[in-house]
Design a protein around this ligand. Sequence first.
Ligand SMILES: Nc1ncnc2c1ncn2[C@@H]1O[C@H](COP(=O)(O)OP(=O)(O)OP(=O)(O)O)[C@@H](O)[C@H]1O
Ligand SMILES: [Mg+2]
Length: 375
Amino acid sequence: MAGAGALELTGVTKRFGPFTAVDALDLVVPSGSFFALLGPSGCGKTTTLRMVAGLEHPTAGTIAIGGSDVTGTRPHRRPVNTVFQSYALFPHLSVAENVGFGLRRTRTPEVERRVREALELVELGHAGDQRPAQLSGGQQQRVALARAVVNRPAVLLLDEPLGALDLKLRRQMQIELRHIQTEVGLTFVHVTHDQEEAMTMADTVAVMNRGRIEQMGPPAELYEHPRTVFVANFLGQSNLAPGVVVEEGGGTLGVDVAGHRVLVPAARAVAARGTVLVGVRPEKVRILVAGQEPGPGENVLGPGRVTDVSFAGVSTQYQVELPGIGTFGVFAQNLLGGATVPLGAPVRLAWAAAHTFALDGRDAAEGTTDLDEAS
Ligand SMILES: Nc1ncnc2c1ncn2[C@@H]1O[C@H](COP(=O)(O)OP(=O)(O)OP(=O)(O)O)[C@@H](O)[C@H]1O
Ligand SMILES: [Mg+2]
């Protein structure tokens, strides 16, 4: 169906007794896209995937795949495959037999050829006769992937499929997964609590919190235009400072932040009056030492004091304590290889007003939970 989403969830809710694990979820995953469901532990990601796969029945709402309602369809009748964190290969079967297992059951012709193609896709064309135990973790995960794509499901569900791999292999597999998805053109729904993984891999990221989607869009849009405190902190880091809108005009808000006038493009403000949280990403902020002045169109906060300096090679990360405001993080790229700003130095902070965003001030208490999960 032209224009139809490969997967559509409408008002999908799942309650376990009094507890609402998934709360009125609405989403459309375009056909052929790489969609990531990102959120902290317990936010309802796996429950959502299990409902799509038919392993869990929604308390309310409907699920459609390729334009057909499958809400009441049994799992094996849905055009969906799932790859889990634990890849569960049959140890007594060869790699090729593992991949062809589902095809044989349905007596698909040309099983051999399709198995070979699937294994070549994951670059394991040479390993068909081996047993899973003879392969590394990453290779076993690729076999699981080959098994999941071999019958060309309309939607491939991936639940933390790289979770068991070490960091280096994980990064490598992220690139390969993305490559495979482009090559086969299937719709991937990838669940992860790793924000970097979601951003690097997906066309569209849905940020989930407590059973709801807080914001959904292309990674760069979510990063540059976070609409909630939770998204601003879960996807990368944000500096947030409370302020009060004191003027509005010409597409710009003037916000009083502890006596400083901070300008925010109105288009980047979730709330345009009253108490707001002014935000800016750490890499957008630069440090002004004594004698340095801000440029035109820059917001300035301070003076404050450098309370932490961590040199990380490609960049230096600073913490700057601003009296009456709080602590701001600053990422400074190590462009010139010069000296870092010393600990304790009196500094001001400056950034282009165009990079400022504003969130609803009432959102302040939200989003501070589970941040340790966001690593
Ligand atoms: N069968 C069940 N009975 C009762 N509660 C459940 C059941 N399955 C899930 N839950 C609860 O629903 C919530 C969401 O669980 P879910 O497994 O979907 O989270 P998740 O986002 O996948 O988390 P993680 O990142 O840790 O895998 C959790 O609080 C969990 O305890
Ligand atoms: Mg899960």
